[in-house]
Design a protein. Structure first.
Length: 290
């Protein structure tokens, strides 16, 4: 199967590009079929995983039907859960956090938690990121004392880290962009970091690469993803998985705001800026991190 050419392409299938193992990107379009069900009423769409050769991380979305709950469980690695649509109540060893769109909670390895869609009418969609391509899940008894946690809670004695997007401080990676770090090593995560990025119409990041694999899910508007001269349109949870050392950038060529959830397979973000000609495919790339 041939990879896409240098023209803008509406990616129509997950297999449109070669595996990340051979040093290329992996694209999951917005209309890709669900990967399966996690439990009754919970549908999974997997992005970065061992199936696409991702190293050090797993990303996906979980869609919860109204009123559905995933009972108490724990993982062997760090997890970050970011609400994309609807609302969620995530209870961590009895401590209940109420999350709205783009709020995030990091859950360390071995910390038990439960996820609930409190609505009886609407679905909830949650983006999850794990510090392993094949995370394990162990269900545990619910023998915790329930307690509500306010949104402005700053109790650092708890192992989890709650990040309300509205309370975060933004920073710019390029003109007319706003980025928010939601989880990472400084917040207790081990092996993953990530956040929310927003692009005004006409804005873009410079061509760059990372020392880690990256997963980028478009959560608002439409993005153009450029990777070594290959260009993709991504929207509505379409995702690009880009391996370490591969030059890429995202552009907003639409008339509306575009936003993404980005995840690196490393505890803190690093970005190395390079010449735009590498992203445009005009120069042959020889600088890939091994």
């Amino acid at each position: 199967m041939k990879p896409p050419d240098s023209s803008l392409e509406k990616v129509s299938r997950c297999g449109s590009v070669v595996s990340i193992r051979s040093g290329e990107e992996y694209i999951i379009p917005e209309h890709a079929k669900p990967s399966g069900t996690l439990a009754p009423g919970i549908t999974i769409r997997e992005f970065a995983s061992d199936q696409c050769g991702a190293r050090g991380m797993n990303t996906s979305t979980a869609t919860f039907d109204p009123g559905v709950e995933l009972s108490y469980h724990k993982h062997d690695v760090s997890e970050a859960a970011t609400v994309l649509e609807g609302n969620a109540v995530i209870s961590v060893e009895g401590r209940a956090y109420k999350l709205g769109p783009f709020d995030c909670i990091h859950l360390p390895a071995g910390v038990a938690h439960r996820v609930t869609n409190p609505s009886r009418k609407s679905t909830t969609i949650i983006h999850t990121a794990f510090a392993s391509p094949t995370p394990l899940r162990e269900f545990v008894p619910d023998d915790f004392i329930a307690q509500d946690r306010p949104k402005d809670s700053s109790d650092n004695k708890c192992p989890e880290h709650f990040a309300e997007l509205a309370a975060r401080t933004s920073y710019r990676l390029a003109a007319h962009t706003r980025f928010y770090d939601l989880f990472g090593g400084r917040f207790g995560a081990v092996g993953i970091c990530g956040g929310y990025g927003e692009f005004n119409p006409g804005s873009s990041l410079p061509c760059h690469f990372h020392a880690y694999d990256e997963s980028i899910t478009i959560v608002k508007g439409e993005a153009i993803c450029e990777v070594k001269g290959r260009r993709y349109r991504l929207s509505r949870y379409g995702t690009a998985v880009v391996p370490q050392g591969l030059p890429h950038r995202f552009l907003n060529m639409s008339g509306e705001i575009m936003a993404m959830i980005w995840v690196y397979a490393g505890s803190e973000p690093t970005r190395t800026i390079t010449n735009a000609r590498y992203c445009l495919g005009q120069w042959k790339w020889k600088g890939q991190v091994k």
